[in-house]
Design a protein around this ligand. Structure first.
Ligand code: SIN
Length: 271
């Protein structure tokens, strides 16, 4: 579709677009916000270059799209004085990075975040890309028989998978049940909603059948034709829709530094 206030350049025919002609350090007009919402719906993840935002700009930008999602399980990495902002950082001392495996952010929460807005101010000279996979395309790529099999199934998403062992001992971690196939509230499109980062089992199936179906789906969603790959530059921003995408942060730059901040926008219970 056409836009009046922004320019769009698609990364692939399937998913992802770079947005230009906008300054996220300044207040946005209602039309700009409406067009960004449409761009997110059309492309699932939108990217911005050369946006040296501060904490307040970051929060203000998120609030144009909803409330700010605060996940207690990410509290150990929040910026002091800014519980809405999570630090995303890796350097020569890191033993893990956030989001290395394919996942949809915080799908363990009862109402997982609609979207995530990641700003990186420091990036390695090469490497450190983020890969995004369209769960619409992955759903469309299933056989009709598999679509019928998955219809109506629910799966358990447990934060212990993503955060167990890296959060302080004794912290209560969320666990939720969501449909295996969800419908996007804005586009009405169907999307696969199980991910290796959080999903532990499909309910009502024998354990070996659940494990086999999940293994098939995790392999299926990784098809390159469902994906785009974003190469960061300092002061780039990625804003992705967790309801129809999975992503994976590639840690190929150790011991170099990659650093920035993430804010998440509140979402709804998946249906
Ligand atoms: C995340 O999973 O939110 C982090 C993604 C990234 O660092 O590219």
């Amino acid at each position: 579709m056409g836009y009046d206030t922004i320019q769009i350049k698609k990364l692939t025919p399937v998913v992802g677009a770079e947005v230009s002609g906008i300054d996220l350090t300044k207040p946005l007009s209602a039309l700009q916000v409406a067009e960004l919402k449409q761009a997110l719906a059309d492309h699932m993840v939108i990217f911005f270059r050369d946006q040296p935002i501060d904490f307040e700009n970051h929060k203000t930008f998120a609030r144009y799209f909803g409330g700010i999602h605060i996940a207690p399980s990410t509290a150990p990495w929040t910026v002091p004085g800014h519980p809405e902002i999570t630090t995303i950082h890796a350097d020569e001392n890191s033993t893990f990075v956030a989001g290395e495996d394919w996942h949809s952010d915080m799908s363990c929460d009862p109402e997982p975040p609609l979207g995530s807005i990641l700003y990186l101010h420091t990036v390695p000279e090469i490497g450190g890309d983020t890969v995004f996979s369209s769960m619409y395309a992955a759903y469309d790529g299933l056989s009709d028989r598999m679509k019928a099999y998955l219809e109506g199934l629910t799966a358990v998403h447990d934060a212990v998978v993503g955060f167990g062992g890296i959060t302080p001992p004794g912290m209560t971690l969320p666990k939720s049940s969501h449909p295996v196939i969800r419908t996007h509230p804005m586009t009405g499109r169907r999307a696969i909603y199980v991910n290796r980062g959080f999903t532990v089992k499909i309910e009502g199936l024998p354990p070996h059948e659940s494990a086999a179906i999940l293994a098939f789906l995790y392999q299926h969603i990784q098809k390159p034709e469902y994906q785009c790959r974003f190469s960061w530059r300092p002061h780039s921003i990625a804003f992705w829709d967790n309801r129809c995408l999975q992503h994976s942060a590639i840690w190929d730059y150790f011991p170099n530094r990659r650093s920035g901040y993430r804010v998440q926008v509140t979402g709804e219970k998946p249906v």
